[in-house]
Design a protein around this ligand. Structure first.
Ligand code: IMP
Length: 192
């Protein structure tokens, strides 16, 4: 079965293909030569739905889209839906991490969580799947793997940040991994 993942991020598309296995052919937005899709909603769910609907209207095919945010309790759940551009338009992952570390200086409550929402549009019907992982924001960076806020996120029950873990360990417990597992369970059940 062919299914479009509404992402230009090849790393995420590859990860999805690996999890979904040979029964599915994951097509990404580069394959479709699709332009950048606007993400103007105020919630993760809103953005995931917006991206999936864009693909459905343009290409008339089953698809799914995801959106992720890091919510930090002491920062009133910022950066949240603005995680990608927290330090400003065209900022780097490093700029975002610097901004969070600066804002968290001297703060003892370091609780945070990553949340992912996936929107699947299958045969014109909408289905939502959520994944979450709780942890803390470290005082300094640790590790070189991964991307985004990985070097400063220590998941509960672990002694390594996401950036110190290998990809398989992170994917197993991560927000996106958990949301993907729910999506896969649903798809496998549907196509049984
Ligand atoms: P997206 O919705 O997957 O594009 O994620 C939005 C932003 O959240 C990214 O630009 C990253 O800054 C951050 N982010 C998403 N997933 C992760 C992750 O697994 N680790 C660290 N940061 C992430």
């Amino acid at each position: 079965m062919k299914i479009v993942f509404a992402t230009h991020n090849l790393h995420k598309a590859e990860e999805a293909q690996k999890i979904l296995g040979a029964d599915y052919q994951v097509v990404n937005l580069h394959d479709l030569q699709c332009p950048e899709i606007p993400e103007t909603a105020q919630t993760l769910e809103g953005n995931a739905v917006q991206k999936a609907q864009f693909v459905l209207e343009r290409y008339h095919c089953d698809c799914f889209a995801d959106d992720t945010g890091l919510e930090i309790e002491a920062l009133d759940n910022r950066p949240g839906v603005y995680s990608a551009r927290y330090a400003g338009e065209n900022c780097s992952f490093e700029d975002n991490v610097n901004k969070v570390l600066q804002e968290m200086q001297g703060i003892t409550n370091r609780k945070a969580c990553f949340k992912t929402v996936i929107c699947l549009l299958l045969n014109g019907e909408k289905h939502l799947f959520e994944g979450r992982v709780d942890g803390i924001i470290t005082e300094t960076r640790h590790g070189e793997n991964g991307f985004g806020y990985d070097p400063i996120f220590l998941p509960d029950g672990f002694t390594q940040t996401f950036a110190e873990m290998d990809a398989d360990t992170k994917n197993h417990i991560s927000h996106r991994g958990r949301a993907m597992q729910k999506l896969i369970a649903f798809l496998k059940n549907k196509t049984k």
